[in-house]
Design a protein around this ligand. Structure first.
Ligand code: 13P
Length: 256
């Protein structure tokens, strides 16, 4: 009997206008019947421009939350183009994705910066979906565990235990993101179990068993069920398939 939450999050990345996004959100809410069930939580992570406009649509829903896709390290100031944790919290955002491979790769975000972002988000009461995962090259050279261990330890393991309980980890092998190549359920389970083991070493059994670890990378309605059945896979972080209401909701419904 585990007490950790089962969660499905949709990362819309840089897709949809606000009006398209409102339609998609309303379709998702309708197909879900206004509740996250059978998942404990559903988290929608649209572009920044959508967040404020989306809040009213969630007022009558149950356990459906908003997440941002990025946050800056400072409270405020001369940082043209950036958005702070205070601003996100102010408009009712609950979560923020930090450490996504696209930000590591295209925006050169490194372990030290990501740790600062995590600390900043938690300081202002945002929960964090922290992404880790090896590249294709690292995977082929059998470095997956080594890379993921470094990513988890450097950004998260300076946190106090009570802070760490506001972290969701998302394991997203980079070679599976947007490629149609999904990790096999066995491989995902092996990596999730490895990550949970690291959390156990640092924070103990109780916190490790309570930590939600999501899988991400080409999740579709056709492969979600087998992934979610793995004992250490506690849900998913869905990219492409989260842009189609029917597909996204079919994925949520496969949470066991
Ligand atoms: P895809 O589901 O499109 O592979 O994207 C996964 C992802 O990066 C979610 O953050």
């Amino acid at each position: 009997m585990t007490m950790r939450k089962k969660i499905v999050a949709g990362n819309w990345k840089m897709n949809t206008t606000v009006s398209e996004g409102k339609q998609l959100l309303q379709d998702i809410i309708k197909l879900l019947g206004g509740t996250s069930e059978p998942a404990d939580e559903v988290i929608i992570c649209p572009p920044f421009t959508h967040l404020y406009a989306f809040k009213p649509f969630l007022s009558d829903t149950k356990n459906i939350y908003l997440g941002a896709q990025n946050v800056h390290t400072e409270d405020s100031g001369a940082y043209t183009g950036e958005i702070s944790a205070i601003m996100l919290k102010d408009i009712g955002v609950d979560y923020v994705i930090i450490g996504h491979s696209e930000r590591r790769q295209y925006f050169k975000e490194d372990d030290i910066l990501l740790r600062q972002k995590v600390e900043q988000a938690l300081k202002h009461g945002l929960k964090v979906i922290f992404c880790v995962g090896e590249t294709e090259d690292e995977y082929e050279r059998n470095h997956s565990e080594h890379v993921v261990k470094r990513q988890v330890i450097s950004a998260l393991f300076t946190l106090e235990p009570d802070q760490f309980q506001n972290i969701i980890i998302a394991y997203e092998p980079v070679w599976a993101i947007g490629t149609g190549k999904t990790a096999t359920p066995d491989y995902a389970q092996k990596m999730h179990s490895f990550i949970r083991g690291l959390v156990k070493q640092r924070y103990g059994e109780k916190i490790a068993e309570g930590t939600t670890i999501l899988y991400g990378g080409s999740i579709k309605p056709s492969n979600a069920g087998a992934l979610f059945q793995q004992p250490d896979v506690d849900g998913g972080l869905v990219g492409g398939a989260s842009l189609d209401a029917q597909s996204f909701v079919e994925i949520v419904k496969q949470i066991s």
